[in-house]
Design a protein around this ligand. Structure first.
Ligand code: SF4
Ligand code: SF4
Length: 437
């Protein structure tokens, strides 16, 4: 018997209690120092039976068979997963957020034609026949003010309804009120809106093109969307400059009745340098993943009521706390070209929202002709923790999933490269925050 290759061993933060998590066997335990000592020291335990029962001590050949079966299950279940198809009707936006990466792509006036829309819906029907799928409008800002943009979005939504496809929308929220009637043309799954904190924090970062503050207009749009029965996913893009203002946003969400609405949920995104984005406070304002998790854990310790507004994931910790069991092993964290694709009004096809519109990242076109670079698509689809050599021997692989292909490629130039996620550090913070008595 040997220690499992998939044991993730750490000490909770801040109290230092030892723990072990094994995503292949599906077990996780807080340990006392005496019980943990053989594991921490790597020596065989005197009493093996419990370690063996939980899959922390294994017969390597048998564990390898279980790992292969789990991988095949993962591939099977992904084949049946719903596919999310993003569509960018234009890259233009009526905001000038201080960190927006899309400013570099050249903003063009709306020129989404009926011909392109026909070609897009034909492509979806043909290429994703038999798959469960839904559409997501993305930008730029898809809900631009004005009659011309609204008429184009209406045309998109009518086609989606005719194809019986639900539509999600990622919007800055500034024109939600004027779009509510248009949105009734299709089944809307969710509206994702961004507020980066209470007004004093949000309005420093997310201003309209003319420089005007935007908080109150967006908040009124959220009020109206929730009252109309929509699901609103409120996202905040976080860096060192606004993290501590989030409890203020949570209070506003409570006062306005958002948190008691069934359709309300929240999401935090890290402001980071995916392409050329920047923070007003310079790069020093940006968090690494671990730094953000550390500050979130501190925030949750200081303000436990913040968890009523948002529960950070901390790798698999939140899942374990909410479900009482671990999620299934993650062999691939990247959905691009597998259960996610992105398309734009120029007829181009990309892997996902991280690459859409980025020069050199185009994988093909659906208009004016249908063509795909099968070789590059194949490289995206083959990249996972089984094909990446470093990941095969990594204890954290089944929590990390190999990270983001786009970030990995930005770092190394190669699709087949790693974007290491600090899974153990995130677990140390998350097990400490959620699971320690
Ligand atoms: S490349 Fe990154 S952002 Fe795009 S789907 Fe993969 S993990 Fe997500
Ligand atoms: S990307 Fe890095 S941390 Fe993640 S599984 Fe691969 S080697 Fe491990």
């Amino acid at each position: 018997m040997e220690w499992s290759k998939h044991n993730i061993v750490g000490r909770t933060k801040p109290s230092g209690t030892p723990f072990v998590v094994n995503l292949l066997s599906g077990n996780a335990d807080l340990l006392d120092e005496e019980t943990a000592s053989p594991l921490l020291e790597g020596t065989p335990p005197r009493e093996e039976s419990e370690w063996v029962a939980k899959g922390y001590r294994v017969d390597p050949a048998e564990e390898s068979r279980r790992w292969k079966r789990a991988y095949l299950d993962f591939l099977d279940s992904r084949e049946k997963d719903e596919v999310q198809l993003f569509f960018v009707p234009w890259y233009g936006c009526n905001f000038r957020c201080d960190y927006c990466f899309q400013e570099d792509y050249g903003v063009r006036p709306a020129s989404l034609t009926e011909e392109v829309l026909d070609a897009f819906f034909d492509h979806v029907a043909r290429e994703f026949a038999g798959r469960r799928k839904y559409l997501t409008l993305f930008g730029g800002e898809p809900l631009l003010p004005g009659e011309a943009a609204r008429e184009r979005i209406a045309s998109f939504l009518k086609r989606a309804a005719a194809a019986d496809l639900e539509v999600a929308i990622v919007t800055n929220g500034s024109s939600l009120v004027e779009y509510l009637e248009t949105l009734s043309l299709a089944r809307i799954r969710e509206i994702q809106v961004t507020l980066d904190g209470p007004p004093e924090s949000h309005d420093r970062r997310r201003v309209a093109a003319g420089g005007k503050p935007t908080f109150e207009t967006i908040a009124a749009g959220i009020d109206a969307a929730l009252a109309a029965g929509h699901v609103v996913n409120l996202r905040s893009v976080v860096d060192r400059q606004n993290l501590d203002s989030l409890p203020g946003l949570a209070e506003i969400a409570k006062e306005r009745g958002w948190t008691s609405s069934r359709g309300f949920k929240t999401q935090l995104g890290r402001n980071y340098e995916l392409h050329s984005c920047h923070a007003a406070g310079g790069r020093g304002a940006l968090y690494s993943r671990v730094e953000l998790a550390e500050d979130l854990a501190r925030l949750v310790r200081e303000r436990p009521d913040f968890l009523e507004y948002h529960r950070p994931a901390f790798s698999v910790s939140r899942f374990l706390w909410e479900h009482g069991e671990l999620p299934r092993p993650l062999f691939d964290a990247c959905t691009g070209t597998k259960t996610e694709w992105a398309f734009d009004y120029r007829g181009r096809v990309f892997a996902c929202t991280a690459t859409v519109g980025k020069p050199g990242e185009e994988l093909g076109t659906f208009w004016p002709e249908s063509r795909m670079d099968r070789e590059v698509v194949g490289m995206w689809q083959a990249r996972d923790t089984v094909t990446l050599e470093e990941c095969r021997s990594c204890a954290q692989a089944l929590a990390c999933g190999g990270g983001c292909t786009s970030v990995a490629k930005n770092r190394t130039g190669a699709i087949a490269s790693t974007d290491c996620r600090p899974s153990r550090e995130l677990l140390e913070l998350g097990v400490g925050a959620y699971l320690e008595p």
